[in-house]
Design a protein around this ligand. Structure first.
Ligand code: ADE
Ligand code: ZN
Length: 323
């Protein structure tokens, strides 16, 4: 068998800001005159001990202060795409968090144009096709999400879809019904984080109220057998992130992850890295880790790789070419 890392695959759950490695963070901090409250990369890495999603998000948003210019975003995405290509990624659907940048005074156009420059050249440099998905921060208001969608309108040629991320519990999908409806009317695809820390009811809301075609995480679906039945029947993809679930304490150890049970239940699951600079591995490393810790053998690894293309926004012809 190929090494799990080398299997051609699509990555569908990846926050570009979560690929900010400590070395690049310090280089950008120096370039932009931003002071970081850590003595160096070692001390920063030592801070990567998270107790839950919020404890991670606090650091994740803090470090974004170093991202200021379009070139910074290009450099960030170039670095991710090069690493991803080395780990077998042929197609990447990449999240970004516009509000985390506009709130710091970085215009959305700077972010999108910087990212788009890297994405456009990834095909030629690495043979990796890409899509960009802009996420609304669910711990901010629905009005702020709508303003973000309006601010993104001049850049929609670069944006394939919308997502929903940040602190989940207490911020149900239904709060964002209106902005998802408006996004749909603009021809954007729809996904949302649900069931990472939040209850199965949030997964139902994302499907029924927001009309998403894919659920990001969906880990807690397994608590609700009727929901599992529906997700299986309707072939709703779930973009799982096993290393993230361990680091953010959604599961105690990788050996306890429900991935094998979810595959056995017939769910269309994919394996992704989420925020690889923070969670100890890129997507090829994640394939390797689930192989080792969960005994996912060659056939099921190939199934996961196949699922990643099926669950992607690629059409059938593009899917065949990417594989
Ligand atoms: N933003 C970045 N990573 C996230 C995650 N795992 N859940 C919610 N929001 C996020
Ligand atoms: Zn995520």
């Amino acid at each position: 068998m190929h090494l799990p890392e080398a299997l051609p695959k699509a990555e569908l759950h990846l926050h570009i800001e979560g690929t900010l490695e400590p070395e690049l963070a310090f280089a950008l901090a120096a370039r932009n005159g931003v002071e970081l409250p850590y003595a160096g990369t070692e001390e920063l890495r030592e801070a990567y001990l998270f107790s839950d999603l919020q404890s991670f998000l606090d650091l994740y948003y803090e470090l974004m202060a170093v991202l200021r210019t379009a070139d910074d975003f290009t450099e960030l995405a170039d670095a991710y795409l090069e690493r991803a290509a080395r780990q077998g990624v042929r197609h990447a659907e990449i999240f970004f968090d516009p509000q985390a940048h506009t709130a710091r005074g970085v215009p959305i156009g700077t972010v999108v144009e910087g990212l788009a420059r890297a994405l456009e050249r990834a095909e030629e440099r690495h043979g990796v096709s890409t899509r960009l998905i802009m996420c609304f921060l669910r711990d901010r208001s629905a009005e702020s999400a709508m303003e973000t969608l309006r601010a993104a309108e001049p850049y929609l040629r670069h944006i394939a879809g919308v997502g929903l991320d940040s602190a989940e519990v207490g911020n149900p999908p239904s709060r964002f019904a209106e902005v998802y409806e408006a996004a749909g009317a603009l021809g954007l695809r729809k996904v949302a984080h649900a069931g990472e820390e939040g209850p199965p009811a949030y997964i139902r809301e994302a499907l029924d109220v927001l009309g998403v075609e894919r659920i990001d995480h969906g880990l807690r679906a397994m608590e609700d057998p009727e929901l599992v039945e529906r997700l299986v029947r309707d072939r709703v993809p779930l973009t799982l992130c096993p290393l993230s679930n361990v680091r953010l304490r959604a599961v105690d150890v990788l050996e306890d992850h429900p991935l094998p049970a979810m595959m056995a239940a017939g769910l269309l699951v994919t394996v992704n890295s989420d925020d690889p600079a923070y969670f100890g591995g890129y997507v090829g490393d994640t394939f390797h880790a689930v192989h080792e810790a969960l005994g996912i053998g060659p056939e099921r690894l190939r199934e996961l790789a196949r699922n990643s293309f099926l669950a992607s926004f690629l059409d059938d012809d593009e899917d065949r070419r990417a594989r």
